[in-house]
Ligand binder design. Structure first.
Ligand SMILES: Cc1cc2nc3c(=O)[nH]c(=O)nc-3n(C[C@H](O)[C@H](O)[C@H](O)COP(=O)(O)O)c2cc1C
Length: 335
């Protein structure tokens, strides 16, 4: 199967099957502290923020999913048009397919559709052990005129798929080499199993500017890979990993507590603006969502995606307007 065909089958599986992790994202363990007297005018209540030196409407990010195939381009166009209409940032899925020759011959001019919103490029870190050089990562940024590069870390996904890239040796040093003098900030991101406080520190010491935890509780790639392959032995291998990983809320809380200086994006299973507000109050700067917008983008139009984004933005605004902090649900202890 070509990379492009595999990417399309991933999307089909995400649209049709239950691919949610066996664990929750952990945000149910936290409660926003209700404020019955907000003493502000909701109409003018600000939720704008600055991300990658650009003013955006809310700390919400459309997370990496696709690119490079006809189906992927349609999805991305809808996502980018919606993001541009609402002035929110957009991250493309892995651009490796563009570098393998199996992608569309004509690279779409996504920056033209995007206007001035922050765009994030995306390639796997493990490719540094499989022939990719600094030039490939620079190309990914240039293709999009991107404001940042996401380096995704996906060891479990590579280990479960047949023919995956499984040599992760010496990568931290190579990431450090890549970050040195790189023209845009580099963001290290998991794909749904989370990043620990210890690893977050090593990555930021190596020069990574931000960590997107992409924690457990949302799309489970062991499920996606096993369903996409159709191979019973891959299913059998993947099954016990359905609940693998560090839940998103736990990643954010533990990294922020141990290293408050580390800049964080929360993603992994976030489905609404209330969870996004919890993520921000736990210490993240941004909340990312991927699967949440997939069916709107694949089966609808840019306007369908806009409608979904508006819901999440409004929920986020209400949650922030009405809360005076965050506490552990079990103990009532303020965080
Ligand atoms: C269809 C699909 C494709 C994805 N492809 C990529 C990818 O190419 N690169 C990447 O870094 N993450 C990829 N992801 C992972 C997401 O960016 C995100 O980290 C993960 O799905 C957890 O977020 P969610 O629960 O909101 O989906 C993909 C997710 C989905 C649903």
């Amino acid at each position: 199967m070509t990379i492009a065909a595999r990417k399309n089958s991933h999307i089909e599986v995400c649209l049709r099957e239950d691919v949610r992790s066996g664990v929750t994202n952990g945000f149910e363990r936290y409660r926003l502290i209700h404020n019955a007297l907000p003493e502000a005018d909701f109409a003018g209540f600000p939720i704008e923020t600055v991300f990658l030196n650009k003013k955006i409407s809310a700390p919400l990010l459309i997370s990496s999913m696709t690119g490079g195939t006809e189906f992927g381009e349609r999805i991305n166009r809808n996502l980018i048009e919606a993001a541009a209409a609402l002035n929110l940032p957009f991250a493309i899925g892995s651009q490796r397919v563009y570098l393998t020759g199996s992608a569309l011959a004509d690279f779409p001019k996504l920056r033209k559709i995007a206007g001035n919103i922050p765009l994030l490029a995306n390639l796997g870190a493990v490719q540094l052990n499989y022939g990719f050089t600094r030039e490939h990562y620079l190309w990914a940024v240039e293709m999009l005129e991107a404001d940042a590069l996401i380096l995704h870390l996906n060891p479990l996904q590579e280990l479960i798929q047949s023919g995956g890239n499984t040599d992760f040796s010496g990568l931290l040093n190579k990431i450090e080499g890549l970050c040195a003098g790189f023209p845009v900030p580099v963001i290290a991101k998991e794909v749904g199993w989370g990043i620990s406080a210890e690893l977050a520190k090593k990555l930021t010491d190596a020069g990574v500017s931000m960590i997107d935890v992409a924690g457990a509780g949302g799309t489970s790639w062991s499920r996606v890979e096993s369903l996409a392959s159709g191979d019973p032995s891959i299913r059998k291998l993947a099954e016990p990993f359905a609940d693998w990983g560090i839940p998103t809320a736990e990643c954010i809380r533990s990294i922020h507590e141990a290293h408050p200086e580390i800049r964080l994006i929360a993603s992994g299973g976030i489905l609404n603006g209330v969870e996004a507000a919890k993520a921000i109050l736990l210490g993240a700067e941004m909340a990312g969502m991927a699967a949440r917008f997939l069916s709107a983008a694949a089966e609808g139009t840019a306007e369908t995606v806009c409608e979904e984004l508006r819901f999440v933005m409004e929920q986020y605004k209400i949650a922030r307007f009405l809360s005076s902090g965050i506490e552990r649900a079990e103990t009532g202890k303020r965080v």
